[in-house]
Design a protein. Structure first.
Lengths: 162, 179
């Protein structure tokens, strides 16, 4: 159906603006359709719980698709894990209870924001160490350059006189 | 000389980091199970072949078993099935099936058509027990010792190579001697 719309629009040369709209319509339909087709329809009765639910499902990695949060993934295991989060929140468990539940089963990899533990320490410390190395290198370069600048400008003036 | 020392050192560091990455690339996407060395999760589920019977983790205590997570919807499980039948044939370790998020009728016809390698099959329709075991993609197999400790997890198809290299050496000597 969208194909016929685009084809008809391109034939209608007299009205470029109209054809542009006609071209964009299918795109808009696709984009709006994607927004309407929510992966996770879960609504918790309490808005505070709902907020915590959304935060947690965005923070937990889908273990199958691995670069998506369970909130965004259509995978079966993601929907099962969302169900676990929902049920635990409804049962009055804390956010940390939910995180620890997932950690015990799937390990550190499930948390998009890793906790600080012996095994994950390097994830947190490497950027700082690299920054320190960079600062040291920058300081060395700056110091080397300042040493090159003559203390007075006399040789330069001599050059001018020549 | 000194001018090149730092860039060369940084380059060497980069080489080491990338080499580690390349060496580990076959494991990409595989989540190491935090369950290894820990007690197997408790469960109590209905049996696939006998609805009146329940399969529970406590009834499995005291002996070695290999828990195999499968489903009739799982393509790799079909490829793996021949190997599972061989494991059953060898009699070295009992296979306990965990039929994950499956249709009972389809699971039964699968076993009828391809043969049943399992001593017993637990049915996990909701997938909750699978989550307790940290399952995320079938097939997965867990080797559990008589103390109920998970000693090894095979992610994906159980191949001859993995059987020889990872499972056999972990089983006690008197059991392997039978072959």
């Amino acid at each position: 159906m969208t194909r016929t719309v685009v084809a008809a629009a391109s034939v209608q040369r007299g009205a470029p603006r109209k054809s542009l709209v006609a071209c964009l319509l299918p795109l808009a339909a696709v984009l709006l359709g994607a927004a309407a087709y929510a992966i996770d329809p879960t609504e918790l009765p309490d808005p505070v719980l709902q907020q915590r639910y959304l935060a947690l499902t965005h923070e937990l990695r889908c273990v199958q698709c691995q670069n998506e949060a369970i909130a965004d993934s259509p995978a079966g295991i993601a929907s099962d894990l969302r169900r676990e989060v929902r049920d635990m929140l409804l049962a009055g468990k804390s956010d940390d209870d939910v995180r620890n539940f997932m950690l015990a089963r799937y390990g550190d990899f499930v948390l998009f924001r890793p906790r600080f533990a012996p095994k994950t320490a390097w994830v947190w410390l490497t950027p700082g160490i690299l920054l320190l190395i960079g600062a040291f290198v920058a300081w060395r370069i700056v110091r080397a350059r300042t040493a090159l600048v003559p203390l007075d400008n006399e040789p330069l003036e001599e050059d001018f006189r020549r | 000389m000194n001018r090149f020392a730092l860039p060369i050192a940084l380059f060497a560091l980069l080489v080491v980091v990338l080499a580690i990455g390349i060496k580990h690339s076959p494991e990409k996407g595989i989540i190491a199970s935090p369950l290894i060395g820990k007690p197997a999760p408790q469960f109590s589920l209905p049996s696939l072949t006998d609805g009146a019977r329940t399969v529970s983790s406590t009834s499995l205590r005291g002996r070695w078993y290999l828990l195999n997570v499968w489903g009739s919807w799982c393509g790799t499980c079909r490829e793996e099935h021949g190997m599972l039948l061989e494991v059953r044939q060898s009699g070295l370790v009992p296979l306990i099936g965990l039929d994950w998020k499956d249709d009972d009728a389809q699971a039964l016809s699968w076993l009828q058509q391809l043969g049943n390698p399992y001593e017993v099959v637990a049915v996990d329709r909701e997938g909750r027990t699978a989550i307790d075991w940290g399952v995320y993609a079938a097939p997965e197999s867990f080797l559990v010792n008589p103390q109920g400790i998970v000693v090894y997890k095979c992610m994906g198809e159980l191949t001859h190579e993995i059987w020889e290299r990872e499972i056999l050496p972990r089983l006690p000597k008197q059991q392997t001697a039978k072959s």
